[in-house]
Structures are given as structure tokens and as C-alpha cells.
Design a protein around this ligand. Structure first.
Ligand SMILES: [Zn+2]
Length: 857
């Protein structure tokens, strides 16, 4: 082949247009790429005038970006940065920016991510750190408008565009004149808005620029979509992990709410993508106990005015569990956290508990409404930045707690996906709570069933024969069936057989049951109701009254102290306080009826062991009632009796009267829990003080009776006075109390294998007198002293108490004397030994000391 002439070449090219086209494409591309790879700035020769130059550049750009994508797989921002640099160059734009779109608290917003990207600027300078980002709601600025309309925009003059906001310009001092903006979409979702700002060498961007812009951004959108898909994937996998693990733990643990929460929260901690989180558990008490309402009703304590949950509970965080995931993992449990604890001081958890909102806040310490701790919260130097707080709601829609997540691990603010994930989790927690609720309920039902069965097994309801032993209608009326008897006749024959109040000292504080049989005490009990004139007044069928009284007697177990005799004594003392003590003047006949009846039942089915024993031995009773365990049982038992119509002495009351009676049963029986006695002491004392100041009796009566709470406080204190009345009675009775304590001590030692407290330890019975003196001084004296001051008619009780104190004191002194003599002997012996030792000048005295200790015991 010879030399080829120019003509020949031209001719060939003209005849083979396809070849020609492909040749130049390839050739030019190689040249252009060569330029790009030689110079990082991708300077393309100005001499190249091929009409589709930009296409070449675009493909070159793609290639470069693809390569950098492979290299920088992790950072979409870095790749986008390069793309924006090229874009600035292609468009002859002064600079480019990217805003990301996201939603928080259900509101979409745009936030600056890459700012002021020029052909030569550095990535580090253009990337906006999460704590420095500028945010716009969608109704502010062109970026927001583009994100809202999802349409590209060419703005030749920003001054003429109503959506433009000069906020950023004012901040940076830069002047925006014209711009191109376009949304980066994924399906219907806007991921970002890219902007090219200020055309160089022209007054505005051209139609052609718009095309280049949108074409180039196809590539950017691939990068961003890829990143977003990756992110969504991680979100999904976190969500499913959380769901899976929570479900796992929820079913695993069905016992204790806190344990369950904790297990779930600990298991899923790595998927939560935050540095720290805390769970505040809310008190679920809807209604206060009646005795906690008293100080408020009496005006001694300000009623709660603080925030409440939507269902009306006071917002009380009874526990905070703080999970630390940054640095060394740690879990802190803060029971009864103070209001200024760093997790609470901001007011955000309270706000969430009050409103049930999800609150997603970035740069929380800068917030003006919530006062987050600005400095380090602990010695690790950890700082609060972004906060996501949400309520834990159970299926009944009650807010049971607040979960607060701090600082997303990558430093970015929490977004809607984090909101969704954590919401999933808190929903699960709430749901699991209902599960435990149901379980607890089941447990309660179970325990209740056990107790009901126990009651049945005991077969306490008085039989027909037993009733006949008190109500002698067969002998006296010559009737076979009680139904055939007239009520009036029954009343008459019953009253004939009831003991004479005077003969048995029924009205006396010094009444003693010792000479009366237990069966006779049933009749004494019935007599009490006739004495206060409630049988006829409230139409109590005497058969029912007799059956109830007999059944109450049978409800008491044969134990040393808390037996029927004690039950009767408390009822009799209540009656005496009302009548002889003249306290009846504050109460209606119905109230007196309920108070006396409740007093008779107040310790029904007592097991001879105290509340602490119930808890220690996890008896079914302890499972059923959280506090005042036994008292609540006595109350439930008494109410159960009344549910049986043949035992319901209140059957002819109207609904409101019956409800009053049940309420009084509650107040009086629960009031016998000595733990509550200390709560009502001062309230009672103030009442007595107030009445002492009154000029007339009428005034005092009015003062008490116009306020139901005052009546309740006195009533509750009367119950204490009744319940402790044994300590004011003859000396022999007081000793019986001690016996029963020792029996419980024996149970603790043998069944629970625990060391009982000294008062219940019969091995330490020598210490009992001293303990009794202490009990009288610290508990009992106040009650009877105040009652004697209130009504002088009650003074005999105080006298009885003081007499018994003397008895116990002398026993205690005798014991002390004995101990003193022993100690002196020991001391004497010690001294003798010491002297002996000194004489012998012997070195070993170690064994001596031991034997001395033994001697003392
Ligand atoms: Zn009692």
C-alpha cells in the first residue's frame, strides 16, 4: 500500500459516513478523556468545537464519577461533591449546592449538606457538619419550594422570585443573582435539591444550561438513590431486628414490667443507632388512696397543679433507666429520680408524657423552650446534641413511660425513619406491658380463686343449727321453719336472749371478755346493734343479722391473739367510744352502724402473722395486695360476706347508703394498718387542737360534721384506738399479744429459716418488756392522750395504758438489773484475769477473751 493522499482520505470518509462518525467519536473521546485524566481540573481545550462536546464531557464525567464511586463507596457526599464541581464547570456556574430533604415530627424540611461548591473548592470546606446545618421549612426559600413542587426551576433574577429567601446570603455575605435548581427524586420522594448559582459571563442560565443541568444530575441522582436505598435497607433491617428481638423477649418474660422493658431495650440497643437512651417509667396510680387525699382535702397540702397525663394521672417518673452506649457500655438505674436529674430537667419527658407527642429535636441544648443541660451530664464529658423523645403507650392508650434517645451515632439529626423505628419499639414495649398486665390480672384471679376456695373450704357461713343456737324460734315460737315466723316476733325472742349490757360491762372501756364464752360474745355483738338502734331503723332482718354475726365469729381463726375475741373487743371498743366516749355526735346512725360492723370484721381470717411475714413467704395474699396486705384481705373478706344476700345486713339500704357503708368499711379496716397510723397522727392532733379552741359543743360538732374528711380522720383514729385497746386492758391480755408474736417468730425460724426480729423471738423474751414500753411510748400514748384531750370521757383508756406501762417498765427494769449484775460479774472477772495475767506476766490472752464472751451469753 502506497502513500495515501489527502484527497483519497477525504473521499473515503465521505463515502463511508458511518465509519467517519464512529472514528471521530472515538478519537475525540480519547482526547477529551486524556485531558481529563491528565488534569484534575478536566480542562477541555477551547479549540475543540465539536458540537456535541458536552456529551463527551458528560460521559467522561460519568466515567470519572463511576471510578470515584468505587473508590469512595461509603461517602455519597464525596462523590456528589465531585459531580457538583464538574457541574459548576460545565454550566459556567459560580458555585453549586446540595440540600437534603427529610422529615421530623411529621414536617418535611430541607437542610444544607454541600454548600458553595466551586471548581476548585475542597470537599471538607463544603460539607456542612450536622450541628452547623441550615434548615428551611418547605415554605421558605427556593430549595424548599423546589422540594415542595418537585419541579426544576430556572430563576433568571432572584429578586423577582417570590420564593427566594435572602437568609443564607445575609448569613454569608454572598449575593445570589440567578440560579438553577432541581429536585433529586426517588419515586415520589424528594431526596435532595441541587442548585447552581450565578452564571459566569452571562446574566442568567440558558435553556441549554437547563438541559445540561438535568442530564448531569441524572448521575447525581443515581448516587443519592443508591445511598438512600442503602440507608433504607439498614433502617429496615434495624426495624426487623428490633421487632424480632422485642417479640422474642416479650414472650420470654411475662412477669415483671421493668425486667421485661429492660430485656428488650438491652437486646436491641445496637440497632437503635444512638449514643445513649433513657426510659422514664410513669406512676400508673390513677386515684390516690383515701388517706393520701386527706391532707389535700384538709388544706394542709396544696393540691397537685402540675402537668398530668391525658388520662389524668400526675406525672411522676418513679424510675429512670439510663443506657449508655458510647464509650464503655453501662446501664444506670435511678429509682425515684429528682426533678433536676439531667434526663428530666429539660422538661421534655414531662411534656411528652403530658401530650403524647413524638418530639424530635436537633441541637437540643440551644432550645429555648426546653432547658437541656448544656455542659457534660457526667464525668465522661458526654454532651447532649440531638434528642428524640416519644411516649410508651399501652393498648388502653395510657402513657406508661417515656423513651428518650440521644445523639444519633453518625452525628446527624434523627429523621423520620428513626422516629418510625423507635415508635415501633415503644409500641412494642407498650404492648408488652398489656401482656404483663393481663398476666398480673390472671395471677390475681388465680390468687383470688385460691382465697375464695380457702374461704369455702373453711365453710364459715353459719348453718341453720348454729343460727338456732342463738335465735331460738323453734323452742320459743314453736315453728319449724324460720320463714314462717314474723319478723317482730323474731326480734322479741332474740332480744330476750341477748345479755344485759350492764351485766357484761358492754358500755365500759374496761370491758373484759375473759369471763364470757365465744358463743356468748356473738350475742353481745348482736346486743350492740340493738343498743345503737340500727336493727329496726335500717330494716335488718334478725335472721340475717344473726347469721352474719355468727359467720363473722367463724371467720376468725383459732389463733392466739387475732381471733374472734380480738375482733369482738375492737367492735365493743368502737361501740363504747361512740356511746360512752360520746363520739357518736359526729356521726349519723348509718355511719355508726357501718363503723361498728366494720370493727367486728376488721381482722377476719387473720393468720396470726403480720404483713412482713406475708411478703417474706410470698403468700397468695401478698400477690393480691401490694400494700396493707392483710388489711385489704380483711376488707375483701368482709365485702364478700355482704355479697351473699343471706348475710347482707345492709340489704334494705338504698344504693347510695350501701355505697357509703362500703366506703366506711374501706376507711376503717384499712386504717388498722399501723403503717398508716403515722400518716394521720398530725392531722388528728390538729383537729383536736381546733376543737379545743371552740366555745361551744355545737360549734365543735359543726366543725367536724361539715367536713367529711375530718369525720374520716377521726374515724380512722378511732379504729387505731380500738385495735390497740388490749394494751389499755387488764394485764393478762397484754401478755397474750406477746405469745402470738412469738408464734410468728417460730414460723419464720422453722418455715422461712430466717432470724425473727427480737420482738417476735421467744428466745429473746426477756427483751419484750423493754420493747413493749417502747411501743407504748412511741405509738400508743399519743392515741389515748389525744382522745382523752378530745373527749374527757375517754380518759379511762389512757389510765389503763399508763398502768400497763408501769407493769412493763418494772419488768424491763428487773431485766436490766439482771443484765447489769451479769455485766458487773463479767467485768469483775475480767479485771481479776487481767490482774492475774499481770502477775503471771503471761503473753497469751486471746483465748481468755473468747471465753468471757461465751460467759456473757
Ligand atoms: Zn386488729
Amino acid at each position: 500500500m502506497g502513500e495515501i493522499s489527502q484527497d483519497a482520505v477525504e473521499k473515503y470518509l465521505e463515502e463511508n459516513p458511518q465509519f467517519t462518525k464512529e472514528y471521530f467519536y472515538k478519537k475525540l473521546r480519547v482526547e477529551a478523556l486524556g485531558e481529563i485524566f491528565k488534569n484534575s481540573q478536566a480542562m477541555v481545550k477551547a479549540s475543540v468545537t465539536f458540537p456535541e462536546l458536552t456529551q463527551v464531557e458528560e460521559s467522561a464525567l460519568c466515567l470519572e464519577l463511576l471510578r470515584s464511586m468505587q473508590e469512595e463507596a461509603s461517602s455519597a457526599e464525596l462523590v456528589t461533591h465531585r459531580a457538583l464541581q464538574r457541574l459548576a464547570q460545565l454550566l459556567q456556574a459560580d458555585r453549586c449546592s446540595m440540600f437534603v430533604c427529610r422529615a421530623r415530627n411529621g414536617t418535611p424540611e430541607v437542610a444544607s449538606r454541600l454548600l458553595d461548591v466551586t471548581t476548585t473548592s475542597k470537599f471538607e470546606d463544603n460539607l456542612v457538619a450536622p450541628d452547623r446545618e441550615v434548615m428551611f421549612p418547605l415554605d421558605t426559600g427556593i430549595a424548599g419550594w423546589v422540594a415542595h413542587t418537585k419541579k426544576s426551576l430556572n430563576v433568571p433574577d432572584v429578586k423577582k422570585n417570590s420564593h427566594f429567601s435572602d437568609f443564607m446570603d445575609k448569613m454569608t455575605g454572598y449575593i445570589t443573582r440567578n440560579l438553577l435548581a432541581t429536585p433529586i427524586m426517588m419515586g415520589k420522594e424528594v431526596l435532595a435539591v441541587v442548585m447552581a448559582v450565578n452564571k459566569v459571563n452571562a446574566s442568567e442560565f440558558s435553556k441549554q444550561d437547563e438541559e445540561v443541568f438535568s442530564k448531569c444530575l441524572n448521575f447525581v441522582s443515581v448516587i443519592l438513590r443508591l445511598q438512600h436505598i442503602n440507608y433504607l435497607y439498614s433502617v429496615e433491617s434495624r426495624r426487623s431486628q428490633i421487632l424480632m428481638w422485642s417479640a422474642n423477649k416479650v414472650f420470654e418474660e411475662l412477669t415483671d414490667v421493668e425486667r421485661q422493658f429492660h430485656k428488650v431495650l438491652y437486646t436491641v440497643r445496637t440497632y437503635l443507632n444512638c449514643e445513649r437512651y433513657s426510659i422514664g417509667l410513669l406512676d400508673m396510680t390513677k386515684e390516690k388512696e383515701f388517706f393520701d387525699e386527706w391532707p389535700i382535702k384538709l388544706g394542709e397540702v396544696e393540691p397537685y397543679k402540675g402537668p398530668k397525663t391525658p388520662d389524668g394521672r400526675e406525672i411522676i417518673f418513679y424510675k429512670i433507666i439510663d443506657y449508655i452506649l458510647h464509650g464503655k457500655e453501662e446501664i444506670k438505674v435511678i429509682p425515684i429520680p429528682p426533678a433536676d436529674h439531667w434526663t428530666l430537667i429539660s422538661g421534655l419527658p414531662t411534656y411528652v408524657a403530658e401530650n403524647g407527642f413524638i418530639c424530635n429535636m436537633l441541637n437540643a441544648p440551644a432550645d429555648e423552650y426546653f432547658t437541656f443541660q448544656k455542659g457534660p451530664v457526667d464525668e465522661t464529658g458526654w454532651l447532649i446534641k440531638n434528642v428524640l423523645s416519644l411516649p410508651i403507650v399501652n393498648k388502653k392508650e395510657d402513657i406508661v413511660g417515656v423513651a428518650t434517645f440521644y445523639n444519633r451515632k453518625d452525628g446527624k439529626p434523627f429523621d423520620e425513619h428513626d422516629e418510625h423505628i423507635t415508635e415501633t419499639l415503644t409500641q412494642f414495649l407498650g404492648w408488652s406491658l398489656l401482656n404483663t398486665d393481663a398476666y398480673e390480672k390472671m395471677n390475681k384471679l388465680e390468687s383470688r380463686k385460691d382465697i375464695a376456695q380457702e374461704m369455702l373450704m373453711n365453710q364459715i357461713k353459719a348453718s341453720a343449727d348454729e343460727i338456732k343456737s342463738v335465735l331460738k324460734f323453734k323452742e320459743k315460737l314453736n315453728m319449724d321453719v324460720i320463714e314462717d315466723c314474723e319478723e317482730k316476733q323474731l326480734v322479741t325472742i332474740l332480744k330476750e336472749d341477748l345479755p344485759d349490757p350492764k351485766a357484761v360491762d358492754l358500755y365500759e372501756f374496761h370491758f373484759s371478755d375473759l369471763s364470757i364464752t365465744e358463743h356468748e360474745l356473738i350475742k353481745c355483738g348482736l346486743r350492740v346493734f340493738f343498743e345503737i338502734n340500727v336493727v329496726e331503723k335500717f330494716k335488718v332482718p334478725v335472721e340475717v343479722l344473726t347469721r352474719w354475726m355468727y359467720t363473722v365469729r367463724k371467720g376468725y381463726r383459732s389463733i392466739t391473739y387475732h381471733n374472734w375475741r380480738h375482733g369482738f373487743n375492737v367492735g365493743q371498743t368502737m361501740f363504747t367510744l361512740l356511746t360512752t366516749g360520746r363520739l357518736k355526735k359526729y356521726y349519723t346512725d348509718l355511719e355508726a352502724f357501718a363503723m361498728v360492723a366494720a370493727a367486728f370484721c376488721h381482722d377476719i381470717d387473720h393468720r396470726g402473722t403480720n404483713n412482713l411475714y406475708q411478703m417474706k413467704s410470698t403468700s397468695p395474699l401478698a400477690k393480691l395486695h401490694g400494700t396493707s396486705i392483710l388489711e385489704r384481705h380483711h376488707l375483701e373478706y368482709s365485702k364478700t360476706l355482704l355479697q351473699d344476700e343471706s348475710l347482707n345486713i345492709f340489704q334494705n339500704l338504698n344504693k347510695r347508703q350501701f355505697e357509703t357503708v362500703i366506703h366506711l368499711f374501706e376507711v376503717t379496716i384499712i386504717a388498722t394498718d399501723l403503717a398508716l397510723y403515722f400518716k394521720k397522727r398530725t392531722m388528728f392532733q390538729k383537729l383536736v387542737d381546733a376543737c379545743e379552741q371552740m366555745q361551744t359543743e355545737e360549734e365543735a360538732i359543726k366543725y367536724v360534721t361539715t367536713d367529711p374528711t375530718r369525720k374520716e380522720v377521726i374515724m380512722a383514729m378511732m379504729m387505731t384506738a380500738c385495735d390497740l385497746s388490749a394494751i389499755t386492758k387488764p394485764w393478762e391480755v397484754a401478755l397474750l399479744v406477746a405469745n402470738e408474736f412469738w408464734e410468728q417468730g417460730d414460723l419464720e425460724r422453722t418455715v422461712l429459716q430466717q432470724q425473727p426480729i427480737p420482738m417476735m423471738d421467744r428466745n429473746k423474751k426477756d427483751e419484750l418488756p423493754k420493747l413493749q414500753v417502747g411501743f407504748i411510748d412511741f405509738v400508743c400514748t399519743f392515741v389515748y392522750k389525744e382522745f382523752s384531750r378530745f373527749h374527757k370521757e375517754i380518759t379511762p383508756m389512757l389510765n389503763g395504758l399508763q398502768n400497763n406501762r408501769m407493769e412493763w417498765k418494772s419488768l424491763a427494769d428487773k431485766y436490766d438489773e439482771k443484765v447489769k449484775i451479769m455485766e458487773e460479774e463479767v467485768k469483775k472477772q475480767e479485771e481479776e484475769n487481767m490482774n492475774g495475767k499481770a502477775a503471771q506476766d503471761s503473753g497469751d490472752g486471746g483465748d481468755d477473751k473468747k471465753s468471757k464472751t461465751c460467759l456473757m451469753l
